[in-house]
Structures are given as structure tokens and as C-alpha cells.
Design a protein around this ligand. Structure first.
Ligand code: FES
Length: 165
């Protein structure tokens, strides 16, 4: 049995990661409670938030590594590993559940051969949960690469994902 690495174990950040982290910190410098926009910024720049960004942020923002790691892992929107070319986010909140989201999710799991927080067997789709996309009146809802889609059926989902999924 191996011992899991501690969150964001100390490793020198790659230049690209360090630069993205410092750019984000500079963009929101002096703003109180700027950790969330900084994290959004890094994810937007790199597609995810690498573990080695955490020590850089810890030093720059004067926050503990555990605190930063806790925020990254608390919000399903943040990813600490690279995503597939297509990111499918499926709403698991109440309205969507009442309108058949669980069946839709089962369909996606079966089609992709993976579960939430995993990537499809062909490496083309990352499956992620979200908790309300603001489309409750048109449930069930999903987002594909940041584009929201409402009243999604299994057939519509297949079409959205295309042949590559
Ligand atoms: S509950 Fe799914 S969009 Fe609001």
C-alpha cells in the first residue's frame, strides 16, 4: 500500500504554471477574497489547476496550501487534472433529478464507459457533475464545453457528443 501524496506536495512549479498563477494573482491584486477569481483565471488559462500552482498561490496570497487545496476540491467546477477535449457537465440538482437526470446520467455513464470525475474510455470526453445550471425550468440540463443545453434526452445527448464520444 502506498501513502497518498499530501495535497499539493512541494515541487517546483513549471514556468508556465508559475506564470499563469502569478498573472492571475496580479490581475486580482488587492481585492479581498480574490482566491476564487484567481482559481477561475488559472483554470481558464491552463484548462485545469495543476497541483504545483498551489504553493505559488500560497506564497503570493498568504494562504495555507491546505486552504487553497480545500477550495479547489470543494467546488466541482475546478479540476486538478487535465480534461478531455470535450467536457460534459451534467446537472445533478433537484429540478433536473425530478425531470429524469438520473436516467440521463446512467445513459452517459454507459455510453462513455466512465463515471463522474473520469474520462471516457477513448479519452475524448470528461464527465463532471454540476449542481444547477440555472436552467431548472428546462430540466434536465447539461453543459458541453461551457455551452448549456436544456431539456436533454438520451438521444439529444448522443447528438451533442457526436460520433467521437
Ligand atoms: S437543477 Fe438542473 S439546472 Fe437547476
Amino acid at each position: 500500500m502506498t501513502t497518498p501524496a499530501s495535497p499539493a506536495a512541494a515541487q517546483p512549479a513549471s514556468d508556465a504554471v508559475k506564470q499563469a498563477a502569478l498573472n492571475a494573482v496580479n490581475r486580482y491584486a488587492g481585492q479581498k477574497g480574490n482566491l476564487l477569481p484567481v482559481l477561475h483565471d488559472i483554470q481558464h488559462a491552463l484548462g485545469y489547476i495543476p497541483d504545483d500552482a498551489v504553493p505559488v498561490l500560497s506564497e503570493a496570497l498568504q494562504l495555507s496550501r491546505a486552504e487553497i487545496h480545500g477550495v479547489i476540491t470543494f467546488y466541482p467546477h475546478f479540476h486538478s487534472k487535465p480534461m478531455a477535449p470535450t467536457v460534459l457537465e451534467m446537472c445533478r440538482a433537484e429540478s433536473c433529478q425530478a425531470m429524469g437526470a438520473n436516467n440521463l446520467i446512467d445513459h452517459a455513464r454507459q455510453k462513455l464507459g466512465c463515471d463522474f470525475h473520469e474520462t471516457s474510455q477513448n479519452g475524448q470526453v470528461s464527465l463532471e457533475p454540476v449542481y444547477c445550471l440555472g436552467l431548472c425550468a428546462q430540466s434536465p440540463a447539461v453543459m458541453v464545453n461551457g455551452q448549456p443545453h436544456a431539456r436533454v434526452t438520451p438521444a439529444k445527448l448522443d447528438k451533442l457528443l457526436g460520433e467521437g464520444a
